[in-house]
Design a binder for this molecule. Structure first.
Ligand SMILES: [Zn+2]
Length: 81
């Protein structure tokens, strides 16, 4: 019963190496990131989704406040000259 051999996993969503897979036979949700497999559940998936979205928005906002010079070094205010 616990054998995974005949479990037919369903890919719920995927893009490149990032996939979310569901196994109806044992009810497990898995996030596949390249070689990494993360066992999860619906609640964690929902949480992860909102956390990722929030991070995306925050990161975009931070990038918008940076000078558009492509300079990734820490900002040095004062003592410019
Ligand atoms: Zn399974």
């Amino acid at each position: 019963m616990n054998s995974n051999k005949h479990h037919k996993k369903i890919c719920l969503s995927g893009n490149g190496d990032c996939r979310v897979v569901f196994c109806p036979d044992c009810g497990t949700l898995e996030i596949n990131l390249g070689e990494h497999k993360i066992r999860t559940n619906y609640e964690s998936l929902h949480l992860l989704s909102s956390v990722l979205n929030h991070a995306k928005v925050q990161f975009a906002q931070i990038q918008n406040t940076l000078p558009a010079t492509g300079n990734t070094q820490p900002m040095r205010l004062g003592r410019v000259h």
